[in-house]
Design a protein around this ligand. Structure first.
Ligand SMILES: O=C[C@H](O)[C@H](O)[C@H](O)COP(=O)(O)O
Length: 228
């Protein structure tokens, strides 16, 4: 998995503490990204030790990793609710609002987070900010990319089609769509921007997660800072 932000030790501390919250019998949302990967590995070790859970992966990458470490899986279309979801974030503010989608998985991640009784964010200190201040990824239907880009500009944003690093052309999501990374500067009112983006035809999902996270585990150099 692609590594971003803080140190692996910080990410691992946060993720392993969050994995300890999972109990036998639970359905667990498995987020995507380099921080969540540590939680998936920790859950795999716990399953080896007898923990009885089923994981709901939010991406192709998480499904592969979870399968490799032996977590029994259910696919998203099979589950009506999730007991606990563990996932990373690209930005995290003081109210636990998030920007997600650095790995283009935010559409499925949001479905799982919203279906979860408890949504736990795992992060390192580089993700924490006073105000959300990073570009917001939008998953868009391919045919809608130009009209959505125009709508984003009308909302005061600067959209850029996300391009693939190892192939010519754009990033294509696990759902077959494109990603527009939209720079809005510092986002003073995430709920209002989220509502505007959700109301834009052609936007499959945006990466603003407002009011979804129950708690955040932020790994530091010597422990874990728990925020609620
Ligand atoms: O689409 C990807 C996700 O939203 C990730 O959870 C997010 O980008 C954080 O990833 P990482 O833990 O690698 O920084």
């Amino acid at each position: 998995m692609k590594t971003t932000g803080g140190s692996d030790d910080q990410k691992r501390r946060a993720a392993e503490r969050a994995a300890e919250l999972v109990s036998s019998g639970e359905t667990v949302g498995l987020g995507t990204g380099s921080t969540t990967a540590f939680a998936i590995r920790a859950l795999g070790r716990a399953v080896d030790g007898g923990l009885d859970v089923r994981g709901v992966p939010t991406s192709f990458a998480s499904r592969e990793l979870a399968r490799d470490v032996g977590i029994p899986l259910a696919s998203l279309d099979e589950v009506a609710s999730v007991d606990i979801a563990i996932d990373g974030a690209d930005r995290l503010d003081a109210d636990l609002n998030l920007i997600k989608g650095g790995g283009a998985a935010h559409a499925r991640e949001k479905i799982v987070a919203a279906a979860a009784s408890r949504f736990v964010v795992v992060a390192d200190p580089s993700k924490v900010a006073e105000t959300l201040d990073r570009s917001v990824p939008l998953e868009v239907l391919p045919d809608a990319r130009t009209v959505v880009a125009g709508a984003v500009e009308e909302l005061g944003g600067d959209p850029e089609l996300r391009r693939a690093e190892r192939k010519d052309g754009p990033v294509v999501t696990d759902n077959g769509n494109l990603v527009l990374d939209c720079e809005f500067g510092r986002i003073a009112d995430p709920a209002s921007l989220a509502a505007d983006l959700s109301a834009t035809p052609g936007v499959v999902e945006h990466g603003l997660f407002v009011g979804l996270a129950d708690e955040a585990y932020v790994g530091t150099d010597d422990g874990v800072d728990v925020r609620r």
